[in-house]
Design a protein. Structure first.
Length: 94
């Protein structure tokens, strides 16, 4: 769900697994283009997904300067939570 279209104030916004997967890949690979390649999507798709995630969370997750990305403290903290979500998901599937 696009957070911009979320208008039910009684239901909190929650990120999608895909958004978390994209952020996890970017943080682990250190590059939008490498994450896009690993996820078999275009780099603009990765950028758009991250923008939706940042809007939904209400925080900047990556700083972008001179062609480099740096995770914010919020993104680094979120990475541990994302890893936990994927670990549980894999256990449930397997």
């Amino acid at each position: 769900m696009d957070p911009a279209s979320h208008d039910d104030t009684n239901t909190p916004w929650a990120p999608t697994l895909r958004q978390l997967e994209v952020l996890r890949s970017v943080l682990n690979l250190g590059s939008l283009s490498r994450a896009a390649e690993a996820l078999h999507v275009s780099q603009p798709s990765v950028t758009q997904t991250l923008a939706q995630l940042e809007r939904g969370c209400g925080v900047e997750l990556l700083t972008r300067r001179h062609g480099r990305i740096t995770p914010t403290p919020q993104a680094r903290a979120l990475l541990g939570e994302i890893d936990g979500v994927f670990d549980v998901s894999l256990r449930e599937i397997g």
